[in-house]
Design a protein around this ligand. Structure first.
Ligand SMILES: C[S@@+](CC[C@H](N)C(=O)[O-])C[C@H]1O[C@@H](n2cnc3c(N)ncnc32)[C@H](O)[C@@H]1O
Length: 256
């Protein structure tokens, strides 16, 4: 059964129906995935993490949460119960769940996918909302001390990425921070188009619906910094994908 699903997905992709093919592929990946009481069901894990592996989900989620918190602390941001944190594109809480356990700050999450948000609302101690694919977000100006988005700017077109950089700047307080992951020029998959990526600052490889994991948007680190600064951020650092420990580059931005 799995082979025929995979064949169908491939045929749809060849016929120009890549989004439908990718949706089928995600169902195939989820089929037979192990259930785990403390984790979201396999299909939601595929939508969020790309596969069903429970250990990888736990380990990478914790590592990402620790990286976000350690980065904030290193930049002098001590989070307390007075602070609010936003997980933009939270999926089914892979990062939010361990982050909630590790901080006193109030954790909010938003995502365009209602099923993922619903799981978070039922299982996690935070404020989770379904939001729209384009700004604005339903939060007040300067509502958050820290915003983070992991594997989200990796799946946006350039115009939407620019609009979201500005919207995240609006909801972050002065003195607050953003930690955003991106595909950069050092990703192994970028080797063949590195020169044009460095030249243009942004390229899409693997077209798909905006926000879907099919669409892969790459930034050069300089190109991301330039776009973030145009949106009102100051770039503190962009840790290359090769050294971040997360297989994606990590931009650390400040609101002045
Ligand atoms: C690869 S998943 C990563 C989920 C989560 N950040 C993590 O690392 O576990 C990307 C998530 O971004 C969400 N997303 C994509 N575009 C979005 C947008 N414009 N606003 C909010 N969420 C978005 C998707 O629905 C998906 O849940």
């Amino acid at each position: 059964v799995r082979t025929s699903w995979a064949n169908a997905a491939e045929t749809l992709g060849r016929a120009g129906l890549a989004d439908l093919g990718f949706a089928l592929y995600q169902r195939v990946r989820a089929a037979g995935g192990a259930k785990a009481d403390d984790l979201p069901p396999p299909y939601l894990r595929v939508l969020t993490a790309g596969d069903t592996n429970p250990e990888a989900f736990r380990i990478l989620g914790s590592r990402m949460a620790q990286t976000v918190l350690a980065t904030a602390e290193l930049q002098g941001l001590q989070l307390s119960s007075q602070d609010a944190v936003l997980d933009f594109g939270c999926g089914c809480g892979r990062v939010a769940a361990p982050l909630i356990a590790a901080t006193d700050a109030r954790v909010h999450g938003c995502d365009v996918n209602g099923r993922l948000v619903q799981w978070c609302r039922r299982r996690l101690d935070g404020d989770f909302r379904r939001t729209r694919p384009e700004p604005p977000l339903p939060y007040a100006d300067q509502a958050f001390s820290l915003v983070y988005a992991l594997s989200v700017f990796t799946h946006l077109h350039e115009a939407n990425a620019q609009a979201w950089l500005a919207e995240l700047a609006r909801v972050t307080r002065k003195g607050g921070l953003a930690v955003l992951s991106l595909f950069d020029e050092d990703m192994p998959a970028a080797a063949e188009f590195r020169p044009s990526l460095l030249d243009r600052g942004f390229l899409v490889r693997r077209e798909g619906a905006e926000g879907s994991n099919l669409l892969c948007g790459y930034f050069s680190r300089a190109g991301f910094a330039q776009r973030a600064e145009a949106a009102g951020w100051r770039t503190l650092e962009i840790v290359p994908s090769a050294s971040s420990g997360l297989d994606q580059a990590l931009a650390v931005l400040a609101r002045d």
